[in-house]
Design a binder for this molecule. Structure first.
Ligand SMILES: Cc1cc2nc3c(=O)[nH]c(=O)nc-3n(C[C@H](O)[C@H](O)[C@H](O)COP(=O)(O)OP(=O)(O)OC[C@H]3O[C@@H](n4cnc5c(N)ncnc54)[C@H](O)[C@@H]3O)c2cc1C
Length: 385
């Protein structure tokens, strides 16, 4: 039985902005025994298309979904788990936590020090620029969400200042193919969790600076500064209504450029070793991220230049309803490849759960197979796994 507090594809219906398209190409939209079959495999789905895609999967897979059922508590019992919902209680031997990795926007505590005259908004509240007051916008965070919103809000005529911390830079296409084709083909996206040196870090990595557009646009920081977005360093503190930014912008840029270069080298090595050099254009290298001649170190939020702040500082899961002691001190689930630290409890859909692709739509298939195999063995063994 699948319990869903809203409707199928709820996160896509309720928690995304109007213009969002998947940053993963259509051919990559795959679920077990189901995939994109339209005429544009290299395109990127709009929100409406994603909702249709997932809703249709629910129907064709004949999934036993009970919608409008919010889980309010999960407790251990002698025989398994007692699941309380606002639509009746359930007892079960095993539970799979597939409640998502991005249930709430992760907003730093600095937000409390933002002057009351400034409108603060998270990506969950944002639908389009008209939700924002006229005037300057400070966007904090330059990963997929931050760069996409910076582009859209700037084009609405509101001057944007983008605060940039650690980020992952990627070109949209590389050697004639979508960069995510390379991630897939070279095996990077399939890399297993138990083969990654610093797994904790890999699981906290920001999303790549990518956008899905019909033109296959690259939306990196050079593209944003070219249209007039002002880049500043990481938001480090708020003091007396002033936002203070770190001075390490150049270093952040150099690090992201270096990591991108290393990844492109990995792709090139894979193509060379596997005899694909003649199938694709030659290797490319991209201009380094241009640092502004001098970046501001502070911005007075009381002066009227900035009228709103968008917190594009990431998302996190929310487990307020889970009454089993399986969370670490930061509130993240303790698990080994989706096998949670409690008998008969499993997880899916978390970053690098079993593979680098785990938290993407197409990552569910392989992970679900592995996790369900463990779960089935657990049930068959009479709980001795
Ligand atoms: C802004 C943004 C853009 C993204 N873009 C892409 C992309 O381009 N490509 C891609 O592959 N992935 C993308 N992702 C990741 C994407 O969220 C996942 O690929 C996919 O949604 C994961 O599905 P899921 O079912 O694991 O989690 P979710 O989609 O979050 O689904 C979890 C479900 O659990 C329900 N739920 C939670 N708590 C409870 C409860 N207590 N009781 C009952 N139900 C509950 C929620 O309502 C929700 O429907 C993006 C994520 C975000 C935030």
């Amino acid at each position: 039985m699948i319990l869903e507090r809203g409707e199928v594809a709820n996160s896509w219906r309720r928690e995304r902005w109007d213009s969002l398209r998947l940053l993963t190409p259509n051919w990559q939209s795959r679920l077990p025994s189901y995939g994109y079959e339209g005429a544009d495999p290299d395109g990127y789905m709009t929100i409406g298309e994603v909702i249709d895609f997932i809703t249709r999967y629910g129907v064709v897979s004949n999934s036993p979904v009970r919608t409008h059922t919010t889980v309010t508590s999960v407790r251990r019992t002698d025989a398994g788990y007692a699941v309380a919902t606002d639509n009746g209680d359930i007892r079960c031997r095993t539970v799979v936590l597939a409640s998502g990795a991005c249930n709430v926007p992760h907003v730093p505590s600095l937000r409390a020090a933002v002057p009351a005259s400034i409108q603060c908004i998270t990506p969950f509240d944002y639908r389009n620029p008209t939700r924002l007051p006229e005037g300057g916008v400070l966007i904090v965070g330059a990963s997929a969400t931050g760069v996409q919103l910076a582009d859209e809000i700037h084009r609405s005529g509101r001057p944007v200042t983008l605060s940039v911390g650690e980020h992952v830079r990627l070109p949209r296409t590389y050697r004639g193919r979508d960069v995510l084709w390379w991630m897939d083909a070279s095996g990077v996206w399939n890399q297993r969790y138990d083969q990654i040196d610093d797994l904790t870090r890999a699981r906290r990595l920001p999303s790549p600076q990518l956008v899905g557009t019909p033109e296959r646009t690259t939306l990196d920081l050079n593209a944003l500064s070219a249209i007039g977005v002002e880049l500043v360093g990481r938001l480090a503190a708020m003091r007396d209504g002033r936002a203070l930014f770190s001075g390490g912008l150049r270093n952040q840029f150099a690090l992201a450029d270096l990591k991108m270069e290393r990844l492109l080298n990995t792709f090139d090595e894979w193509a060379h070793t596997n005899g694909h050099d003649d199938d694709v254009p030659p290797p490319e290298r991209f201009e380094a991220t241009r640092a502004p001649a001098s970046s501001r170190l502070s911005l007075d939020l009381r002066e009227g230049e900035i009228r709103s702040v968008v917190w594009a500082t990431g998302f996190r899961p929310e487990y307020g309803w889970l009454d089993v002691p399986v969370l670490d001190h930061k509130g993240y689930l303790r698990h080994d490849g989706g096998v949670v630290d409690a008998p008969g409890m499993y997880a899916l859909g978390l970053p690098v759960l079993r593979r680098r692709k785990s938290s993407f739509i197409h990552g569910a298939e392989d992970d679900a197979r592995d996790v369900v195999e463990h779960l089935a063995t657990y049930l068959a063994s009479g709980h001795r796994v």
